[in-house]
Design a binder for this molecule. Structure first.
Ligand code: ADP
Length: 370
């Protein structure tokens, strides 16, 4: 090797060593500053907080942040701070009072933003404390409540509008008894629809409300199924549809009788509504590995794959025109889903257009009898 190369190599190695040493020194210095700025006890306290907590420095970096702040994407352990939080801190210093705001935190280009509520309190000239809480779920719940209110008023408008039109027509043709009879019949149908809609809206609001509405008692599942079948019998008879029951087991479940009857009746009513006249609907009760199940099988119109994911949503109808014709509200399956959840159970679906549908309602067995 030539002397020039030796000199260059030695120089390179020395520069590398100096740079490494300065980085290590800088890190130590930063840690030492953080330790001085944020005493050990304070850091311990911040670490146990459920909320994200960050001590912010004047240079828009964090002196210390807890794990929750990292998980929320508000601050990183290396001191990097979310820009919006740093802006809030500057505002808090400027105004010399706490400031708060909701910020959208996007972690990675593919993820959806989380909505984080941040409150920043100036501690002194050099430090601010920020507390951060995830508001995303609360926001989603609020949006869902708003959507529900909008949907309810929209859904109520249709039958109320129809009733008013029908009444007007009757008024105009009062001297034609045949016409009065025809439209009065239509009015009865619309008011039945309206009553069903209102009852279901009340039911779903109750089921969605905070806490549990379930009155737990020991129930024989086959007895509950029997009650639901009897309730659905009238509608089935009107369409000459036979309901066949198959009791393979008699499990006992813990639950609210009225709610379970309502859920199963909704499934049977649908099976009847969406089947051809003079066909058959089968309802079976079984129990296996601690899980009790009720299956409702029809050979009706079936449900398209694209609708299968959505039919449990409030007011969703696969075929709005047909559902309206059958008096459907689009709330029945949503009620079934809520009742299943209130009982720590589930409801699932298999369906093929033109072949039929099978809905399976599952609950935990409380005590099994053979
Ligand atoms: P609806 O009161 O309209 O019946 P549901 O919530 O009970 O409301 O059902 C939602 C939609 O799912 C219905 O409008 C219908 O399109 C579809 N659906 C439900 N059950 C069945 C079934 N057994 N066969 C075919 N389609 C069904």
């Amino acid at each position: 090797m030539s002397p020039e190369v030796w000199v260059a190599a030695i120089l390179g190695a020395s520069v590398g060593a100096i740079v490494t040493a300065s980085v290590v020194h800088l890190r130590r210095k930063r840690a030492a500053i953080a330790a001085t700025l944020v005493p050990h006890r304070t850091r311990q306290l911040m670490s146990v907080l459920q909320a994200g907590a960050v001590i912010i420095r004047r240079d828009r970096r964090s002196a210390f942040s807890n794990n929750a702040a990292g998980a929320l994407g508000v601050a990183r352990v290396d001191g990097a701070l979310n820009g919006d939080v740093a802006d809030l801190a500057e505002e808090a210093w400027r105004r010399e009072e706490p400031v708060e705001a909701e910020i959208a935190v996007q972690r990675g280009v593919l993820s959806t933003p989380r909505f984080v509520h941040v409150r920043v309190v100036p501690l002194d000239e050099d430090l601010c404390l920020a507390l951060a809480n995830d508001n995303t779920d609360m926001r989603a719940a609020e949006q869902s409540r708003r959507d529900f209110a909008v949907n309810v008023s929209h859904e109520l408008k249709t039958p109320i509008g129809a009733l008013s039109l029908l009444a007007e027509t009757i008024e105009e043709g009062a001297d034609d008894p045949e016409m009065v009879r025809k439209f009065a019949k239509k009015m009865r149908k619309e008011s039945r629809r309206l009553t069903k809609l209102i009852q279901e809206i009340i039911e779903i609001s109750r089921l969605q409300g905070a806490g549990s509405v379930v009155e737990h008692e020991d129930l024989q599942l086959d007895g509950v199924v029997h009650e639901a079948v009897e309730a659905a019998r009238l509608g089935a008879d009107a369409r000459q549809i036979r309901i066949v029951t198959d009791i393979k087991a008699r499990p006992t479940v813990l639950g609210d009788r009225d709610l379970l009857v309502m859920a199963l009746r909704n499934l049977i009513d649908n099976a009847v509504q969406y089947s051809d006249e003079r066909s058959e609907v089968a309802v079976a009760v079984g129990a296996r590995d601690g899980v009790a199940s009720v299956t409702v099988v029809d050979r009706g119109i079936g449900i398209e794959p694209k609708d299968q994911e959505r039919i449990f949503e409030r007011f969703y109808r696969a075929d709005p025109a047909r559902a309206r014709d059958t008096g459907g509200t689009g709330l029945g399956l949503s009620i079934v889903k809520h009742i299943a959840h209130q009982h720590s159970g589930s409801v699932s679906l298999w369906s093929e257009p033109g072949v039929g549908s099978t809905f399976t309602f599952k609950l935990s067995v409380h005590q099994e009898e053979s």
